[in-house]
Ligand binder design. Structure first.
Ligand SMILES: [Zn+2]
Length: 60
């Protein structure tokens, strides 16, 4: 069961291109790119971050 949290979260996102894992904030203000290959990993939506990878894990 997921508890709704007003606080921001972090996600562990794996780049689908190169497999690099990096931490992404749940409310990013700008596009997050992979630090290795430069692929877009997350987009700002004005609210919750849109993660562009299937391999994402929430960090509590
Ligand atoms: Zn990458």
């Amino acid at each position: 069961m997921l508890t709704p949290m007003p606080r921001s979260k972090f996600y562990r996102v794996q780049c689908p291109e190169c497999g690099n894992e990096q931490t992404v904030f749940s409310n990013v203000a700008s596009v997050v790119k992979c630090s290795i290959c430069g692929k877009d990993l997350a987009l700002p939506t004005g609210g919750k971050t849109k993660i562009l990878s299937d391999k994402v894990k929430e960090i509590s």
